[in-house]
Structures are given as C-alpha cells and as structure tokens.
Design a protein around this ligand. Sequence first.
Ligand code: SAM
Length: 267
Amino acid sequence: MSEYADCHALYQQSVQDVEAELDFVEQTWSDLRNRPAIFLREDFCGTANTACEWVTRDDSHHAVGVDLDRDVLEWGRLYNLAELDDDQSERIELLNEDVIQTRPGLADIILAMNFSYYLFLKREDLREYFASALDGLVSDGILFLDAYGGYEAPMNLTEPRDCKDEDGNDFTYIWEQAEFNPIDSCMTCHIHFEFPDKSRMDKAFSYRWRLWTLPEIREILYEAGFSRVDIYWEGTDEKNNEGNGIYSPSEIGDADPGWVCYIVAQA
Ligand SMILES: C[S@@+](CC[C@H](N)C(=O)[O-])C[C@H]1O[C@@H](n2cnc3c(N)ncnc32)[C@H](O)[C@@H]1O
C-alpha cells in the first residue's frame, strides 16, 4: 500500500487543518481590524493548501504562496490549484523563492504555519526572517505563526495517530522526535506513514529545527520591529479536560506535556 500512497496527500490529511487555521485567522483579524483582509501571503507554503482555501473564501481574496521546493509547489499546482475554478486560480500565485528574499507586494496577512520558521536555527536568521516578513506587510498587517512546546517536546518519542485518507481509507500518521540536543536546542523529527497491510513510508518528511521557546520568539519579533505580539492560548473543555479549539490572548499558559498555540504579531 505504501507504494501507491502519495506523501503530500497524506500530509494534508494528517497534519493540516486549513479550515480551522483560517477560521482562527479571519476571526482574529476581524477582532483586531475594522477592514477586510484581502491579500494573504503563505510562507513555507508547501502544497499551498491554505492559500487555495483563502481564495475560495471570498471573491476579493488574493494569495501568494512562497516555498523553496519546486517539486512541492508543482504538486500543489497539479492537485490543489487544479481544483480551483478559473477565477480562483487567477487570484493565486506560487513563488519558488526564499521567504527571506521574496518581495511579492505588501500583504495584509502573512502566515508561517506548522512551525516552519523553527527551521531557522540561529537567532540572527530568525530575526532576519521576521524583519523581512514585517517589510512584506502593509502598515496594519499581521503575521500569524504557530508554536509548540511542553515538557514532552524535547523528549525522544514516537507518537502514532489513526487517520483517514481522502477516500476514507485508514492509515497511521507517526510523529517521531528522533534526537534532541539540549545544548543548542536543535532537534531532528520525522513523519512516517503506516498502512493497514503493515507497509510503511519511512521518513516521508524530516525536519532539522530548533525548539524555540515562546519568550524567545516574542522577544525576537519585538526586536524585528513588530509593535505588538500576543500569544493565543487554547481554552479547556471542562467535560474532558482537553483543549476546546478556542484560542484567546493570554499571558498565562498551562504546563501541559504538549501544547500548540498561535502567535499574532502586529506590524
Ligand atoms: C513544515 S513544511 C510546512 C508546510 C505548510 N506550510 C504547512 O503548514 O503544513 C516546511 C516547508 O518550508 C519550505 N522551506 C524551508 N525553508 C524555506 C525558505 N527559507 N523559504 C521558503 N520555503 C522554505 C520547505 O520546502 C517545506 O515545503
């Protein structure tokens, strides 16, 4: 089964929830701004799944996706942009560029999701990226990031999760934190996929990144020139004591084993 599987399709099904992500982005934008957001730039866009969702949400929406990997952009063109109608696909552009160098015009919103900016291992490089994102925003633009952490984040562990592909077939998504160095806080992580016939796609995706902490990220965003940086922490469902999917600005978080939050950086 692994021979017939497509790692990008499986990634989109198991890792991404672009609807929920853009629901948060749109709600937060409307809480903070009295005008609609039109132009969204998706940094580290991969298959440009989020950019495609953005242009389908409103006829006025435009999007640009930026990624260094030509092949993943081509996959996005073939499978995601191809699903759009002519009007929608005319309002989206994919750029095979470095997020630090790209200058596609000033965006209302820049997204850097699924922790992609953790790929910058040095403080200067992360600050340079944030400064260049700020340069890429209109004067009241907003950079949206996500972040993860918790006391299990630096542990070597393997975490399987049951998923279904687009046709409803079962597969297992496996997240592996393979290696963590406490001295430089850098880690190696892999995504593997396993199928009901026990065949596997090992290391379908591998990441070498730095486990940044929220205070570091916030400090570097301010150093880069953002005027206001808020952490949006997930609320708790009283019934099961689990996350309720509602993120709001917070100065105090819970010391959970694993958490994901949003960071909202205003130009
Ligand atoms: C973790 S994936 C994120 C995919 C997608 N944004 C998501 O939310 O799931 C990281 C992507 O960033 C791209 N990438 C890494 N460094 C980059 C850079 N400096 N400029 C542009 N893209 C980069 C990789 O090619 C890869 O597609």
